[in-house]
Ligand binder design. Structure first.
Ligand SMILES: [Zn+2]
Length: 371
């Protein structure tokens, strides 16, 4: 893939979240998050099945934990933050490439790398609020992280996962016409979510002032009370040492992974049931790797675009969310010079069609056009 991105490092200033959330017990939170997939049962997980998700990394310590979890045959989804991936690319790569080396899943990927926004920004200690800053902002946060993780994810025909920072994704904060992440994220048509969770607490008040064991006991009480009725998505944050001890234990404490295993819970990947997932967003039939998109500034406000879509008979390129293509043409590759006079974070969407006019590929990129 070749993309020319300008000013990739520019990070927008996040306006204040319009509707900050109160920190609340996780039961209350679960009820409040209108557009997140709140429960393991919604992604098809069966009673006693556990999908472990670790957020906000990677940190340098993430890799050692990831290897230990792999050795324990525990599949894990890592909802990573773009700026942390940028800081620790090697850790990200090694986590992404971990495969099981024992057990029934031997040789299969032990991890799923997922998108948890670019910078998880919080304003004045409010909970992060990606969607209430508007669809373009949310799209930028998802896109920039996607630029980094796409290289680590080789998951043909599998969905990419997104979790909003803080799980905070309220329909009521979005423009009236936007009803789902799929619409917020329509220019990056491969993510599903936003994923919430059934069990959490390690960064909530209930755990912050206590020991790893007490926090683990809190997790286990939730897991026992909910996990026999339906499968669970468990959230924890591997960037914190106490959380790592809670998961794996120490000399005096077995940790919740061992406890769950002893009590008969089974660890599975979040995408174990693809048909259950597919109703939450478009699960693409094509990877972005089939689309190549280059943009070079040739004069003030003039850009030369080179687009290639593998196996396409016709290609269309859109800007922002306009219904009419900016340019289009027959064949699998296209060159065009365009005058782009309005500056800012502009979204370029590439669609490829076969000779029967069926869409065969899609990809999008932000380009910062100077004002
Ligand atoms: Zn987070």
């Amino acid at each position: 893939m070749q993309f020319v991105l300008t000013a990739l490092a520019a990070i927008s200033i996040l306006p204040a979240c319009k509707k900050p959330l109160e920190q609340a017990a996780s039961e209350e939170q679960t009820l409040g998050f209108e557009d997140s997939l709140t429960s393991g049962s919604q992604i098809g997980l069966q009673p006693m099945e556990i999908a472990l998700t670790l957020d906000d990394g990677p940190a340098p310590e993430s890799l050692d934990l990831a290897k230990k979890l792999r050795d324990l045959e525990v599949p894990v989804s890592y909802f990573m933050i773009g700026v942390n991936i940028q800081s620790y690319p090697q850790v990200t790569k090694e986590i992404a490439e971990l495969k099981f080396n024992s057990g029934p899943m031997v040789g299969k990927p032990a991890t799923i790398i997922a998108n948890h926004s670019w910078n998880h920004k919080r304003k004045n200690n409010d909970i992060a609020c990606i969607a209430c800053d508007g669809t373009d902002y949310a799209n930028m946060e998802i896109q920039k992280t996607d630029d980094l993780i796409s290289g680590y994810v080789n998951r043909a025909n599998k969905p990419f996962f997104f979790r909003a920072p803080g799980g905070n994704f309220f329909r009521r904060d979005l423009p009236e016409e936007v009803k789902s992440l799929a619409e917020v994220n329509k220019n990056l048509n491969k993510y599903i979510g936003p994923f919430f969770w059934d069990v959490s607490g390690d960064v909530e008040p209930v755990c912050l002032k206590t020991t790893a064991q007490k926090c683990g006991d809190y997790y286990m009480s939730q897991i026992r009370s909910k996990g026999r009725a339906h499968g669970l998505i468990i959230l924890a944050h591997d960037i914190h040492e106490k959380t790592r001890v809670m998961l794996l234990g120490d000399e005096k404490y077995p940790g919740i992974i061992a406890q769950m295993k002893t009590e008969g819970f089974k660890f599975v990947h979040m995408d174990k049931y693809p048909s259950a997932l597919s109703k939450f967003g478009s699960v693409p039939s094509n990877e972005f790797g089939e689309v190549q998109f280059k943009a070079n500034r040739t004069a003030e406000k003039t850009y030369k675009f080179e687009v290639k879509v593998k196996n396409a008979a016709r290609v269309e390129v859109f800007i922002d969310r306009l219904a009419k293509p900016l340019f289009s043409g027959a064949g699998s590759s296209l060159e065009s010079k365009q005058n782009i006079s309005t500056g800012g974070h502009r979204i370029f969407l590439v669609k490829g069609y076969d000779s029967s006019n069926r869409q065969v590929a899609q990809g999008s990129r932000f380009i910062d056009i100077p004002y």
